[in-house]
Write a protein that binds this ligand. Sequence first.
Ligand code: FEO
Length: 403
Amino acid sequence: MSVQTIHNGIYCIDVQHPQRRMFDCLMPIKHGTTYNAYLVKGREKTALIDTADPEFTESFLEMLSGADIKAPDYVVILHTEQDHSGSLPELLTRYPDVRLAATAEVVKLVATHLGIPKERFEIFGEGDVLDLGDHKLRFMKIPFAHWPDNTMLYDEGSGVLFSSDLFGSHYSFDRVFATNSHETKGAARAYFAEIMMPFSTQVRKYTERVAQLAPTMIAAAHGPVWNNPSLIIEKYMKWTSDKVDKTVVIPFVSMHGSCGLIADRLCMRLARHGISVLTHDLGKRPESLSIETGNVMLDLVTAAALIFVTPTVLGGPHPAVAYCAMLANALKPQTAVIGLLGSYGWGTRVSEVMDGLTAGLKKAERLDPLLFEGLPGEEELLQIDKYADALAEKINTLGDRLL
Ligand code: FEO
């Protein structure tokens, strides 16, 4: 943990959390995360942008006191979620005279979640500027990237954009600037899958706006600072488009081998058509269901199809598949096709239940389900081949939708 200069008069106070392995109890984060605050020292005033997760309040305040200032003149809160605002109450105890600045949306939520009265804040609207002298921080609202209150600040002095959650990544490492590594981009993609994918339509508009703004750097609230902003802007343009690649994601559970056989057959047949297949056995290690399901979501960012394979358990899908379906439904990938295969013992309502669980995936074409009583025999395996052939044909003819 350190205070690192990212530009003249601009410092990143990044609280590192390398041991963290899950975010929101939903997404695996194998590289941990960071909670980034920024300190901007202007000729006339100093502003602290955001704070840190409350678990790290003490080390955050220690880092701030090492930043060679008596106290910030302003604290600007860009987003209320506690991983960024959680150290604010303690910070106010230490610096009682500091002035608070935020949009009306942040002020409302901070009052609700942290109990800090609205009157304590100076409210800034869209386009308003907090003038620190040579640094002039312009407020830009980006609702639902990720909560209704998210706000960016664009420093007209340096061209640095403080982007809040937008363009973040769960990536704890010992350098402040992002590299072009596979690992860095993978961490940003995993972050996008959980936090931004449900709001792709809005996030695309914000990305286009940022591309036009052409900032010199993007300083997000998590992960490394993008000192080559086009790197992350290009990725967001791809991830927020409705374009998909020729990939089928197959989450499955197999209790007695039937569904494993179905998933294998489907996989082999699709591969013959040049389709790439990513299978996820959700039942293999029940203790890591949330990790495996998180990996499904990561694969879905640009996948053409999502095909569930499930046994019937007491009339419905296996609960592990149901969880995966619910999460996909909530995170809303751009998937073009959705399907269901499975086997059952003596009767099933799995199709109706799965349709209900994935009802939010409205843009995806829904294939007719293919469900077998018991272990698929030769005739059933040929039906799976036909299913795979039809699916491959749909994907190969997606035309403009293909990346
Ligand atoms: Fe990193 Fe929505 O908080």
